[in-house]
Design a protein around this ligand. Structure first.
Ligand code: GDP
Ligand code: FE
Ligand code: FE
Ligand code: FE
Length: 187
């Protein structure tokens, strides 16, 4: 499938705003892939599909978690935590994506995880810094992303965890594990 076909497939599954965000993630992910020597096509397609499950029915997603034996801890966390893992399931089952690195980039784009690949970091960071994102500190993250992917990943996960603490939200185990992994690697 080509870019236009993927875009046509995801478009009806999300509101216009999310579609525009997805285009931004795609363009940013390709830019980062070029910069860091990653496969641009993999980055492009993983980016297009990353939020495909964002508006899927929660009951349906929880059924997928059970039926497909995904991480059982996901039950009860809601669509923000479900849409990555379920998105990877859709990418594989509906779109025939078999590349495990692409599937992991979709699966872990919200939380990160320990030992992320270059492609996983690219999608995680691109999701956070794409041109339509507006929050305090995003410009600093954008500059970092153009200089050092690991440092940008570290700063992005730190930002997410700090935001969750500030807003009194529970932190999913993978998010904490990813944060710890990044901080241990900081020099
Ligand atoms: P989006 O799908 O493009 O909006 O971005 P993400 O998939 O990265 O994140 C979706 C939402 O999940 C954001 O509002 C994050 O703040 C939130 N989120 C990320 N990690 C966690 C976590 O560990 N716990 C909770 N409760 N929310 C999280
Ligand atoms: Fe997402
Ligand atoms: Fe994200
Ligand atoms: Fe996103």
């Amino acid at each position: 499938m080509e870019r236009e076909q993927y875009l046509a497939a995801i478009n009806p599954r999300m509101p216009e705003k999310r579609y525009i965000h997805t285009i931004g993630v795609m363009e940013t992910a390709i830019e980062l892939a070029t910069l860091y020597g990653e496969d641009e096509k993999k980055a492009e397609i993983a980016a297009i599909l990353h939020d495909i499950a964002k508006y899927a029915d929660i009951e349906w997603m929880e059924k997928i978690v059970r039926d497909e034996k995904l991480d059982a801890r996901l039950i009860g966390w809601g669509s923000e935590l479900l849409h990555g893992p379920v998105g990877a399931y859709i990418a594989e089952s509906e779109f025939g994506i078999t590349d495990e690195d692409m599937l992991n980039a979709i699966r872990f784009h919200t939380t990160g995880r320990v030992g992320m690949s270059r492609l996983e970091k690219i999608i995680f960071v691109a999701d956070m810094i794409e041109p339509n994102r507006k929050f305090d500190g995003v410009d600093r993250l954008r500059k970092k992303a153009m200089k050092n992917l690991d440092k940008a990943m570290s700063a992005c996960v730190r930002h997410t965890v700090a935001f969750l603490i500030d807003t009194k939200q529970p932190i999913y185990p993978l998010s904490i594990e990813c944060y710890n992994d990044m901080m241990k690697r900081e020099d």
